[in-house]
Ligand binder design. Structure first.
Ligand SMILES: [Zn+2]
Ligand SMILES: [Zn+2]
Length: 78
């Protein structure tokens, strides 16, 4: 996997634009992990930010459970 430089993101919890490393997606404002991931604690797979379900186990994604994914984003799924 290629190491990616700093990327700007909007935190889903506090709505602030934060600077986070992809390997450590912690909001610098509220301290929460803002990466989308599988909620199955036996899995915990990192998921694409538009993913509703885990591609490995089929569990719900973190973002989907928060209601962050809008219908137009769902349509982008294959
Ligand atoms: Zn935050
Ligand atoms: Zn999973």
């Amino acid at each position: 996997m290629k190491y990616k430089p700093i990327k700007m993101k909007t935190c889903p919890f506090c709505n602030k634009t934060v600077t986070a490393y992809l390997s450590n997606n912690i909001c610098s404002s509220c301290g929460r992990d803002i990466s989308n991931r599988c909620l199955n604690e036996n899995c915990g797979e990192k998921l694409d930010s538009a993913a509703r379900y885990c591609k490995t186990c089929g569990g719900k994604s973190f973002y989907f459970s928060l209601g962050l994914l809008k219908p137009w984003q769902l349509e982008e799924q294959e």
